[in-house]
Structures are given as structure tokens and as C-alpha cells.
Design a binder for this molecule. Sequence first.
Ligand code: MN
Length: 730
Amino acid sequence: MTEEYTIDMIIQKILADDKQYDLSKIIASYEFAAKAHEGQTRSSGQPYIIHPLAVAYILLELGMDTDTICSAMLHDVVEDTPVTLDEVKRLFGQDVAMLVDGVTKLNKVPIFNREEQQADNVRKMLLAMSQDIRVIIIKLADRLHNMRTLKFRPGVKQRNTAHETMNIYAPIAHRLGMRGIKEELEDLAFHYLDPFAYSEIEHILELKKNEREEFITSIKETIASRFRDQDFAETPQIDGRVKSIYSIYKKMFVSHKTIEEIYDKYAVRIIVSNVGECYNVLGLVHDMFRPIPNRFKDYISTPKANMYQSLHTTVLGKEGIPFEIQIRTWEMHATAEYGIAAHWKYKEGNSQQKSDKLDQRLAWIRQVIEAQQTSDDVEEIVRIIKNDLAPEDITVMTPKGDSISLPVDSTIIDYAYRIHTQIGHKTVGAKIDGKLVPLDYKLKTGEICEIITSNEPDKGPNRSWLGIAKTNEAKSKIRSWFKKECREENIVTGKAELEKSFKHFRIRIPDDKLGEFLADDLKRHNCNTLDDFYASIGYGGVLLSKIIARLKDKYVKNYQEQEEEQETAVIRPVIKPTSGIVLDKIDDCTVKFSQCCNPLPGDEIVGFITRGHGISVHTTSCTNYKAAVRRNNPEELARWMDVQWTDTEQRKLQTSIEVIATDRVGLVFDISGVLMEARIPIVHSSSRNLKNGNALFEATITIAGTDQLKNLLERLRRIKGVISVERARV
Ligand code: MN
């Protein structure tokens, strides 16, 4: 979108709103920002001020307050212009200055750029959020506009930004309950992370667009006509839509469903005046359409963790086409759409209830900050942000009748630590509805759970609990206990684990070189000494399974003895000649890829005109080519010509795959062999060990089309030890 945002649009919107704004302050902030950014342009070539205006507009749509809108106008002036924070404070007050400062600080936090800083940066971001939640709301709006205009940025930047958006900002928007922003961020990020899948779904949706629209319209009409003879406080509003591309993708590629099999790609939403009417409407729609068993969810009596409330049911339409119906009140609707922003949008409503909700949301942020204090691992923190927001939470009751929300599959250990850290540490057993259950018992909604604790003052957790706990909260509390209480034991355990692992991976480092070999890892995990590092491994702060592949790599590259290399030497696969991938100017002549240097797309290449066999392509670093250059024989040199990869190679789209296999030596080589043989360029790949002993290999590849992809997945499945090959969840 290259929409032209203007101050007039903002003024019009403010005048049309019932909410009170300080219009002159907003205009003043605009004039100040426009002057400060004068002469600056965006990557799109537009004047820079378009961006702050767009961010302010997005926030206005969310119903944010005057100071937030002013801060949006000014959010880049301190960073990108000579304007100082003091000046902002003098002109627009303490609050605006604080918000601008918060956003400026967040901008300096490049989450996925330099690995050793990541954990720290995520922590900084969460801290800024907990100080004033409006900072992150402005940041989300800023990110949304940057994502909308991402096509003007260079490719590498696009991927990093999209990755960060998908992994940090969209989950935060979700947790803050801001559905609209979350879905748009996801769809935009997904478009850059897997353009191939994105265009596939977009194409499918486009195919039968009219049919789909007619389907939704006819359902809306059917429901509306049934409502006409019913008694409602106000006529219910009925909306219908096809769900977001990313949500369809998740269902199609992750649960392997065709688009026709996705139950809830259509969503019809019915908004009524009060809770009683929600249940009446449910009765009516179940009477009109056949409900699909087990698809009814009552999020009114049991709200989701992000405070979302609605009734959900999936029913069959006339032609047997299933669709989801969501039923909610206007208030629930505001919470669902605007989430935390509803606090500002509907401030004049029931203010006690509103600030309770705000407190609960802020409590989540504090919880995440606490939970990640014991972990230096950014992957873990990202997982905390993403995972602890499983959409389907359970609610368990304490014997006193307080309700505790936990992710699905939570155990007694999770519950005990959620109640209190000390209760967690001292847990010896639990009763569910009065009956004793084991510690790994999985709790279900509605159960009453009583924890039995030990009287011993020194009682602490058991290491095996780390395997039982589901929430990161419990895990990090267990870890931090071990970190504090058992340093000596942790050093011994950690050292033994490292040695065992080195032995397994045949990493042989003399003792006097170990410090040097592990130096990077010590730094990365904030360890000053080897003992600190062993201790971290011992209490689980450093996961060997995550670092061992990198260590092995480093070992093979820098430390391994020559004779050992033979053992793991890679046999490069033979490349079958494919035509049509090269050439500049001479498209139709026969082309083959030389076997001496195996050129791959992206390599610098030269062509050699053979006698009667077309052109053979070599890399410019090929020894044969270099020898020819050295010989400097004019007749011979005349047969070497400049060739280039054609652009079509660049225009192909990227997608990601995941291979799960039993861990064995040479697995990664076999997988990359297949990819090379199929001449599929790898943009990025990584592999790691899973908890169950299997290995996970992930790769982002460049692909020409569905057929090529299917073919590739089929070939990967045939590799020895491979358990599954799937397209990856983005
Ligand atoms: Mn910005």
C-alpha cells in the first residue's frame, strides 16, 4: 500500500469520532514532525512524514488517546532528526516524551540480528512494554505500516523484518488481544517468509471468489430472515468473511488438509446486545444448521488467556459446506478486535472492569519477564512469547474456588508453580477432586486441584520435573532453584554431560584448548569461567542439544586432525545436466554443468564451447578454468565465454521444509545431496536434535512450482532414516 496519508485525513477522522481529542496538540505535533523530517524520504520515495501520519492514523483507528497520537507523529524525530527529547518534553509534555523515548529505545533493539544480543534485546523490549503499554501499541502500529511498505526494502531486510514480525510482534499483538493487527501482521510477514505458499493460497481463494462470496451472503441472509420474528433488544449484526491467508495456511500445510477440508475458513460473526441473547442465538443457529460434533466451544464461560470471549460452533451449510459461527456481545467484540486498545477506545464505560483487564494483560508481560530471567537463550524466550499463548487454555480451580488458567496439557507441577514458587518447590503430591494423582497428571478444565506440600524446610524440586512441566514458567522456576542451590553438583553434572556429548560426536579437544574452543559459547551465555558454563549445562540453562551441532562444525573446521577427515568426507553428488537455467544471450544451445566443479545457481560461472556437445559450464574458481587462463593460449581462451544465470532463477519463490529423521552420521549430507541433485538452491538451513533423540533438519529453499516441490519431498522421504518430510510452519 502506498496510500497517501495526510493531516486532513487525521483531522476528518477525529471530527467524525465521538471521542474527545486535543486536536490542536495533534496538529502541533504533526507540524513539528513535518518540519523535522523535511527533505527526508522513505524507501518508497515518498516524503518521510507519510510514515508518522500512517502510524498515527492506525492508532486513531484503534481509538488510542491524544498523547499516543502525538507520540506516533513524533516517534522517529529523536532518532532520525536533530530534535532532542528535551525539546519534545518542553513542547508536548512528560507523557509524550516518555512514549517517544520508549519507542526510540525499542527501535534500537534489532531482535534477530546479532545472536549474542538477542536475549537481552527481547528483555529490553518486554521491560519497555511493562513501563507503559502504549509504547508497544505504538510500536505495533509502526511495524504494521513498515510491513505494509516492506516491498520497497532490500530482500535481506525483508526477510529479517518478516521473521521478527512473525516471531515477536504478531504473538505480542495476539497476547494483547489485537486481532486485526495480529492477522494483518501475520499475513504480511507470511507473504515474505513463504511467498510460494502465500501465492498458492491466494490463487486458490481467487479461483472461486464469487462462489465464496455468494455462499457467505446467502448464509447471512438465511440467518437474518430467521432473526426477524425473534425478540432482540437490538437487531443483531451479522458479518461474514473468509479467514486470513495465514490462518488457512496453518491448517492446510500443518494439518495436511485441502482447502475444502478446512472447517472454519468461513467465519460468520453474530453480534448481539447481551450474554443471554448469545445463547439464544446459539440455539437458533443449531436449529437452522446441523452442528458438527465436538466443534462447539464456550469461551464466554471460560475466556481464552488473552481474555477473548465468544461462543464458537461449526455447522453445515446447505450444500454440506461447513462454516464457523462466532456469537458475542458488542463488548466482547471490542475486546476481540481491539484487545488492550479497547481500554482507551471505550474508556468511559465500566472503568473498574476495564482497568482489571488491563492489569491482567500487564501481569502476563511481567510473568514473561520473570520467566526468561533464568534463560539466556533467545529461542527459549521466543518460545515463551509464542507458546504460553496457546489458544486453548484450561481452567482449574483451587480448593478455595480461585480459577487458574494454564496451557493445555499442563501438569500438577505447572499448577503448583503457578500458585506459588514455594508451593512448587515443596510439592510432593496432589489431589484432584479429592483423589490422589501422580505429578505428571494432565489437568482438565473444571477440576479442583489441591497440592500436598512437604513440611521439610529444605525440600526442593526434582530434576525430572523439567521433563514433566509444560509451562516455561514452571521450568524456569525449577531451573533457577537448581542454579542457586546446587552449584557444585551442577558443575559435576554439566561437565559429565559435556564430556559424554563430545564423546558421542567424536569431538576431541585437549584440556588446555577447551577454554579457547568454548570461548564464544561462554560469552554467549554470560559465563565467566568454564565452571560457570558447566553449571549452566547442569541446571539446564544451556541446552547441549542446541549447541552441539555448531560445536561439531567448529571442531571439524578448525580442530579436527587431517586423517580423521577421511571418515566424514562428503561425496558430492553427480549433477544431472539440466538445460534452460543458463544462459545469457544464447538460450537454446545445449548446456551442461561440468562435473569437475559442479556449479550451482549463484556461483560465478564461465562457459566452455565444446566440440559438438554445446556449452559446458564451470565455476570461475574451477581448476580447469584457472589452468586455461594460466596457459594463456589465445585459441583456447576464445572458447571460454561469459555466461550468467538467467533471472528466472531469481524470480523463483522461497518455501521452507522440515525433515525429521533418526539421528545418524551423514544424514545432513544425504539431505543436502538430494537438494543439490535436484538443483534446488538452499537459502538457509539448520539442524538440531529433538528431545526424543531424533534430528530435525530445516531448510528454506528456492522452488519453481508445486510439482518440483512434491517431487523433492518424495525423494527426501526415501532417504534412509527419514521419518517425515513436511513443509514447515512459518
Ligand atoms: Mn517508524
